[in-house]
Design a binder for this molecule. Sequence first.
Ligand SMILES: [Zn+2]
Length: 357
Amino acid sequence: MEEVVLRLKELLFPSIADVAVLSVDVNIEIVRVDAQCVADGAVCPVCGVWSNRVHGPYLRFPADVPSGGRSVVLQLRVRRFTCGNSGCARRTFVEQIPGLTRRNGQRTERLRSSLAAVGLALAGRPGARVARVLGVSVSRSTVLRLVDALPEPEIPTPRVVGVDEYATRKGRHYGTVLVDIETCRPVDLLPDREASSLAWLAERPGIEVVCRDRAPFFAEGASAGAPQAVQVADRWHLWHNLSEAAERAVAQHRRCLRALAPAAPEPEPEPAPEEEPSGSPWPTGHRFADRTRARHASVRALLEAGHSLRSVQRQLGMAWHTVKRFADAANPEDLFTGQWQNRPSVLDDYKPYLDDR
Ligand SMILES: [Zn+2]
């Protein structure tokens, strides 16, 4: 019998010292493990003084990781000790078994970490569902609480940090997400997207490159927070802007293309004359023109409903100068002329360099 009990201890608590298994009771749904703490004494959690003065026995029933598809509950015989330190605020305390229990914990440490791992992978509701399949009945909020209680992971300061915005509440609230560009892992979420929140950068002097969205608050924040760092525009925005500009340029020079390839069949659908103002350079059914008209209509509709330019910018996810351009054009056709492209730009000084590249 002694032999069996020792082997049960090895089986059930292989890495936990100071615990002995007294018996195991298995029924259809549940396994009850009667176990006892066998340490000589315990350390007071308040003052840290060791004590072996037993005040009385104490029974706990923490849930443990399931076994063979059955739930497991420990019946844990622990003791309440009297603190021997007369200066200590705590008179008595219950012993804890390192690696197995914690104060007021209703689950063993290993069940907590298993559920936290499930929660990290799946989050609350699906995590709770999978836990039930595995034999642990737990609410979704408990799964989330266990994830929340995990210590913050130590994250080394990234050398190249990406700064962009993220939206919550269906785009009604924006925050800032910081990403380690070299490992492609998010490193932090800031609750807003103000230049001031990028003080985050100032707390991490090792940052060499800030890769960012071109919004003015990010520019300001990056200059103030990491003056030592090189700022670069992130690739997604560059590609996005380049593809839009290329499309616009090709659309504007469509007539030249037609002149060069006169034999090409005309794929263009018949324009609907009643919808087109006479002399419009762009028929409907043209992707670029239709999209411009649709965006123009959305901008104008929001402005007429009393929204500010800033609010339109936010709601439609457009750049400030795009919203301004759409707002200034009475007709979408005014946007097709290309005249706005000839105005002076901050890029002018760099154009020879950019053409070179
Ligand atoms: Zn004490």
